[in-house]
Design a binder for this molecule. Structure first.
Ligand SMILES: [Zn+2]
Length: 83
């Protein structure tokens, strides 16, 4: 799975905080989360987007319903996770 930066900037403390790496974003975001309640909404959106991306990833990879179960089981067996 690709590790893309979903948000590169956000507004807090009367300015735009620019981040160049994901680590920088996480650390800056955590700091400014204490200052700005609206960042909680962005944080929620950020997490929901990440979960949706993950959902899509698995759907694309394994399909849906019974097909998903069958393909996921096959994959986990191949990985040695499931016996
Ligand atoms: Zn701030």
């Amino acid at each position: 799975m690709t590790n893309t930066l979903l948000f590169k900037s956000f507004n807090c403390c009367g300015k735009t905080i620019q981040c160049t790496t994901e680590l920088e974003f996480v650390s800056d975001f955590a700091t400014h989360l204490k200052h700005n309640a609206t960042l909680f909404e962005l944080h929620k959106f950020f997490l929901e987007k990440e979960m949706r991306t993950r959902d899509e990833y698995f759907r694309n990879r394994f399909g849906t319903g019974e097909e998903f179960k069958r393909n996921a089981r096959k994959y986990l067996k191949a990985m040695g996770i499931l016996k």
